[in-house]
Design a protein around this ligand. Structure first.
Ligand code: NAD
Length: 453
């Protein structure tokens, strides 16, 4: 597989400086928006074929985020591109200081399968908003969505500007040989390490959006009705195949039974069944088998049933789960919800903090003291107090992981910065320069320098 000529064509396009013009960027973003909206029916159909996602969910969890980001960048383009004025330190007076935001060049976006449109196109939107060229390699697992993105984008846009490459491991490995100016990867921690190593060969900056086990902690001071409703929604959205889904529940023992009963009631009320508009399929047989192997039948208190042909696994609650169980050793990424309990809140926080830093963490509690302790003790990418998942819908909040769950962030202004270089420039006046930094280095000059800095 040879991508050198595509890469070189994008290098030349970038060198033509067309992408530096904010008006060019806005025009392309609006074209992309029109392309997506004009083809919404096809986009819905493709994802329905891939894993049974309904039009409603496709809009709220995929397309709305992309459209919203486009609108944000179009509206704020000039403010985002404007050089930033910062003050100048005494030693450099007379002078003025500016920060110029410039595009990086040719960028590579590698997407994951679980939100195939959003995870490939939101980073691409940020890349082109910031004035870069972009090659996008969506996940190959949802084949229909990958093919459709390639067809729409590749027939509409100049490949020297943006281009979608179809393929899996072989194609991604070949792409990674090119000396990109930025790589943005969404996927597993395992593959993130491969991408990071490949990028190191070219000293290419990398953003890694990875996964992990995101806890939902519920204390006796929580509104249990709200907690049950929101956790159930967030866990079983996309059949649990969401990087920021609550992976497991850590509940205070005295309210464990009450919370469990409320979640059970909520699951039954929501009536998750094969073909329901609010319940997707498991992406493929490999994941279907992986998930079934994580279910310990002795611990199932609801669900546990499945249908291989429909790639359906019912929302499954597991109780009496311990930190040693198989289900607690890896990110679940499916509709299985283990419930663990604690009696000592501080010890529970320590348990979370001792593991790999999660992509997200959620606390349900109305106690200010418990909220503060949670924020102080646990490091995580981002999260919510008294809700799950929805922090990523606010583009004023950077979205990204920390430690094993990733590095770097995006959405809104953070996406723009992720695909930009901040160039610092000091404008020096040609008059009035004190003699301080020039030889001879005297004791008096040293005294002044130490004072002025
Ligand atoms: P994955 O790591 O298997 O694949 C991601 C991408 O890497 C795909 O495009 C794939 O083609 C490519 N790839 C796979 N193996 C490769 C290899 N050996 N060399 C080069 N490229 C390779 O991940 P996935 O199964 O698509 O997604 C699931 C994971 O992604 C979960 O861990 C989930 O938490 C994480 N995720 C994170 C976010 C986030 O925003 N942080 C969002 C969605 C998913």
């Amino acid at each position: 597989m040879e991508y050198k000529s595509l890469f070189t064509a994008q290098k030349s396009f970038f060198a033509s400086r067309q992408t530096k013009d904010p008006e060019f960027r806005k025009a392309r973003l609006l074209e992309l928006k029109k392309l997506l909206l004009d083809n919404e029916a096809l986009l819905n159909e493709a994802i329905q074929k891939d894993f049974g996602k309904s039009d409603f969910e496709t809009y709220i969890t995929e397309l709305s985020g992309i459209i919203h980001d486009i609108d944000y960048y179009v509206k704020n383009m000039h403010a985002l591109c404007r050089p930033e004025k910062v003050s100048t330190n005494w030693l450099n007076l007379p002078g003025k200081s500016r920060i110029y935001t410039e595009p990086l060049g040719v960028t590579l976006v590698i997407g994951a399968w679980n939100y195939p449109y959003q995870l490939s196109l939101c980073p691409m939107v940020a890349a082109i908003a910031a004035g870069n060229c972009c090659i996008v390699k969506p996940s190959e697992l949802p084949a229909h969505t990958m093919q459709l993105m390639a067809k729409l984008i590749n027939t509409h846009f100049d490949p020297a500007y943006i281009h979608v490459v179809e393929g899996g491991v072989e194609e991604t490995t070949a792409l990674l040989q090119c000396p990109f100016d930025k790589i943005f990867f969404t996927g597993s921690t395992k593959v993130g390490k491969i991408v990071y190593q490949a990028a190191a060969q070219h000293l290419c900056p990398v953003t890694l959006e990875l996964g992990g086990k995101s806890p939902a902690i519920v204390t006796a001071n929580a509104n249990l009705d709200v907690a049950a409703k929101r956790i159930t929604w967030g866990k079983f959205l996309n059949a649990g195949q969401t990087c920021v889904a609550p992976d497991y529940i850590l509940v205070e023992e005295q309210v464990r039974q009450e919370l469990t009963d409320k979640i059970k009631a909520q699951v039954l009320k929501n009536d998750y069944k094969p073909g329901a508009a609010h319940y997707t399929q498991i992406i493929n047989e490999r994941n279907f088998d992986r998930l079934l192997a994580l279910i310990d039948p002795a611990k199932v208190i609801l669900g546990g049933n499945s249908d291989r042909e429909k790639r359906f696994i019912a929302p499954t609650l597991l109780s009496e789960v311990t930190a040693q169980d198989a289900i607690m050793q890896e990110e679940i990424f499916g509709p299985l919800l283990p419930i663990l309990s604690f009696t000592d809140y501080q010890r529970a926080l320590e348990m979370v903090a001792e593991g790999a830093k999660p992509l997200s963490a959620y606390l349900f509690s109305d106690s200010k003291q418990e909220q503060n302790l949670f924020l102080e003790r646990v490091s995580f990418g981002g999260g919510c107090i008294n809700d799950v998942i929805i922090h990523l819908t606010n583009e004023r909040l950077p979205f990204g992981g920390v430690g094993q769950s990733g590095m770097g962030s995006y959405h809104g202004p953070y996406g723009f910065d992720t695909f930009s270089h901040k160039k610092s420039v000091l404008y020096k006046a040609t008059w009035g320069e004190p003699d301080l930094k020039f030889p001879p280095y005297t004791a008096a000059k040293r005294k002044w320098i130490r004072k002025l800095r």
